[in-house]
Design a protein around this ligand. Structure first.
Ligand code: RTP
Ligand code: MG
Length: 150
């Protein structure tokens, strides 16, 4: 049997400051994804640069690192069939003008770089991002019984 796909999702500092952790997590639970790990933390400059490694050299890189380290974040690992694609659908498009109502960004975000939540974009990114925030023993293994029917 194919192992369940995992992704790294993170409520960014704007989501934390606006008190949206609970509502964002609810949307992920509503969809039926399985929570594997969660951590509330202030991330370091080094950790932020590793997290955004694919954006090194872009003109907004400094701004990105500054934003993600500007306050605490809520980092999570979630599991589910095709979760990388499906969670990005739940999150919505990067640019707020393109993020449709019904998505997290479409319903709650009004400024493009401040789009509330990060989601891995590929299995390779997910693996790297998870390892940047969690050790293997922090990923909880358990049976989510309702997953038989979702
Ligand atoms: P994320 O990585 O945060 O889940 O977002 P994403 O895949 O939808 O977008 P990505 O291209 O990976 O960009 C990462 C984050 O950088 C900020 N951004 N700023 N100033 C700009 O033109 C610009 N473009 C992207 C956003 O915060 C985006 O989420
Ligand atoms: Mg991205």
């Amino acid at each position: 049997m194919k192992p369940m796909e995992r992704t790294f999702l993170m409520v960014k500092p704007d989501g934390v400051q606006r008190g949206l952790i609970g509502r964002i997590v609810s949307r992920l639970e509503d969809k039926g994804f399985k929570l594997v790990a969660g951590k509330f933390l202030q991330i370091s400059d080094e950790q932020a640069k590793r997290h955004y490694a694919e954006h090194v050299g872009k003109d907004f890189f400094g701004e990105l690192v500054g934003f993600i380290t500007s306050g605490p974040v809520f980092a999570m690992v979630w599991e589910g069939d095709e979760i990388i694609t499906l969670s990005r659908q739940v999150i919505g498009k990067t640019k707020v003008k393109e993020a449709l109502p019904g998505t997290i960004r479409g319903d709650f975000a009004a400024h493009t770089p401040h789009n509330l939540i990060h989601g891995s974009d590929s299995p390779e990114s997910a693996e790297r991002e998870i390892a940047n925030f969690f050790s293997a023993d922090e990923l909880v293994q358990y049976e989510k019984s309702i997953s038989r029917w979702t």
